[in-house]
Design a protein around this ligand. Structure first.
Ligand SMILES: CC(C)(COP(=O)(O)OP(=O)(O)OC[C@H]1O[C@@H](n2cnc3c(N)ncnc32)[C@H](O)[C@@H]1OP(=O)(O)O)[C@@H](O)C(=O)NCCC(=O)NCCS
Length: 178
């Protein structure tokens, strides 16, 4: 997407070579608060995870033309159980100076397309801090519904924050022979 106010960015699959940039992005102040990351942890502590490729997952990055990573998002398999094959857990982060400029929405739309049309995913679930109004608004606008509230879900900047469980079910799953 591009207009005068918003320079172009592209979305592509995350490669192992992106691991250092991805690990740095999710550790940034302005991102950490909305996640379960901890500030002042070395980038190297997250490299292993960021390098991993799992064929059941979709991991995307948003890049500027100059090659800067400005966002990332993923759908991750939740358990090694066949009975949860239809479920993926969503995670997303956009660089602070790029938040509110449409990057998160574009990443989400690409993930939902992958889930709905290519991977047989029927349920996308996530947890979000109850005070993360922009993230909750984004999820609601894309068909996610609240399923429950976890009291004192996670420690955030000196206090225990409630968490919301949200999920989106495939609105029209592909049918055999259709
Ligand atoms: C949550 C996050 C991923 C959203 O990405 P983003 O690029 O900032 O979101 P977008 O610009 O695409 O906005 C999408 C929607 O979010 C909502 N939104 C964005 N900024 C908002 C704000 N300041 N207040 C309220 N709603 C807001 C709007 O509904 C917006 O819809 P619109 O496109 O119709 O305007 C991003 O802010 C982020 O990375 N935050 C830190 C990490 C985090 O909280 N991750 C989520 C963990 S569950």
């Amino acid at each position: 997407m591009s207009d005068d106010a918003t320079p172009a960015f592209t979305i592509r699959a995350q490669e192992p070579a992106d691991a250092a940039a991805a690990a740095a992005l999710v550790g940034r102040i302005g991102v950490v608060e909305g996640t379960l990351q901890i500030p002042d942890m070395p980038i190297s502590s997250r490299l292993d995870y960021q390098q991993r490729i799992d064929p059941r997952d979709c991991k995307l990055v948003a890049m500027t033309a100059a090659g800067e990573m400005i966002g990332l998002a993923g759908l991750h398999s939740v358990q090694p159980s066949l009975r949860r094959n239809h479920v993926r857990l969503l995670a997303i982060a956009v660089a602070p100076q790029w938040q509110g400029r449409g990057v998160g929405r574009q990443l989400m739309l690409r993930l939902i397309d992958w889930a709905d049309r290519w991977a047989g995913v029927l349920r996308i679930e996530l947890n979000v801090h109850a005070d993360n109004t922009s993230a909750i608004a984004l999820y609601r606008s894309l068909g996610f519904a609240e399923e429950g509230r976890h009291r004192a879900y996670a420690l955030k900047d000196g206090r225990y924050m409630d968490g919301l469980s949200m999920a989106r079910l495939h609105p029209s799953p592909p049918q055999l022979g259709g």
